[in-house]
Design a protein around this ligand. Sequence first.
Ligand code: GLN
Length: 561
Amino acid sequence: MKKKTQKKKTRKYIFVVGGVMSGVGKGITASSIGKILQFAGYEVSAVKIDPYVNVDAGTMNPTEHGETFVLEDGYETDQDMGNYERFLNRSLTRDSYMTTGSIYQTVINRERSLGYGGKTVSVVPHVPLAVIDQIQRSADKEDAEITVVEIGGTVGEYENILFLEAARMMKRQSPQDVAFVLVSYLPVPGTLGEMKTKPTQQAVRTLQESGIFPDIIVGRSPGIMDDRRRGKIATSSMLHDEDIISAPNLSSIYDLPEHFVSENLDQKLLRKLSLKSRSNQKGIKNRQAWNRFVNKTKKSQGEVSIAIVGKYFGTGDFVLSDAYVSVIEALKFSGAELGVSVKIDWLQAQDFEGTEKKKNLKRLHNYGGVIVPGGFGSSGIDGKLAVIEYVRMNKIPFLGICLGMQMASVEFARNVLKLKGAHTTEVNPDTDHPVIDILSEQKEKLKQGDYGGSMRLGSYTANLKPGSLARKVYKKAAISERHRHRYELNTIGNEYQKMFEEKGFHVSGTSPDGVLTEIVELDQKLHPFFVGVQFHPELQARPLDPHPLFTGLIKAAKNKK
Ligand code: GLN
């Protein structure tokens, strides 16, 4: 027998950390860095570290934290994971995401099972070692040559110090395999009108205090950075001028990779990691495909407007769009594919409940299509039901996602089937007609107060009925989509099933065993495009692989008279 001589692959790591303040696009910067290294011919993956104590992002309010992005394996993560999947065009797993909570849980579980062999378990080094363990496991699992690791928060915060320590330890272990990128903010105070570098210089110092010396500094600012500021930052950080990269605001986040290439950031990073650009077919094709997408977004002819009826208001539009970021991006990708730009309007569900209801409903005619996205709890439910009734009756293209699909079913039950008080038991546990009811597996979990990571989560397959709109749109018989719910349509096998069917409300996608409803739709004779899905199609929409349901909605919106 031949002896295995394969030696362990060298894996490289780029840590991306933030300076001055958060919210300046560190995630997009890290994603773009990954992208340009793909262009250079490398296999690239990503890890996101969030410093909060929540074990995952599933228990956080989206108005506070933005959307919860669910991975194929069901892990509930930060929205930045969506950016990584969209930019790198690959699905990631739970090993690619961690929080302070999840890392401590790992360490504590290991201690409880005598995994430390009787040693005293200390914050340092055991916690950073667990971080390193997971980063390396993720790289191995993805078989990544380069892994971009984004550490959330900004340097100098108490919260992320253990993650920085992990990064420092990895650098010490193999200096040629680890590089650091500091993404910092360069304010231009209105009173001065001048770009200031001092906060960035201070961020560099703070980073150095934790034993980390940046290899590259990316300066985020509204406009381009001039040579003078470049020089200032370089001097104070012991870097060459060319290692200071300007990242001004661009018209689209998807322009950032090419901007970075124009700054030679790919070559610079490869050099820091003792790698060479390969300019192989894989990289070239990757870049061409990306640029084809970017060009399409710029060459759109015409516009369709889509209304998203949500309830996450109160803290301003910014937060709302953060809560639905994947839906927004999914619409953009499908728009680009069809050559139209998509204008999104946020409509507050509660506006369809009060005295202005009638007037506001009429305004729905201004839109090519309407989306009622996912959600939880009872607020805004009546407004959503009113909107769905209106778009159903007026043949306005409609896509209901998760809660939106459930409300479409409730609306139909009430107004067409005349099932008085029909509801989801999430909102009214005592309804006479629980057309949406809790999944049987979920009952026990809720009784025990088990809320974390306990929904029906992640990818499941569904079969599509021949002849259905869903089947036409997807152009295939079986699909796999990501889920995040506790409730479901409760019609299969009971007296409601026939009632819905007879009136033209079809179940067109089910779990392979036929037990769970995955897609509902109105008969194509009744409505041009009325689809509700129990899953979250937006989570799988990619720039290079737009999602058929969003494409279907926009197509229908384009054709609407
Ligand atoms: N609240 C509903 C459920 O748990 C819908 C969830 C969602 O929209 N993600 O089933």
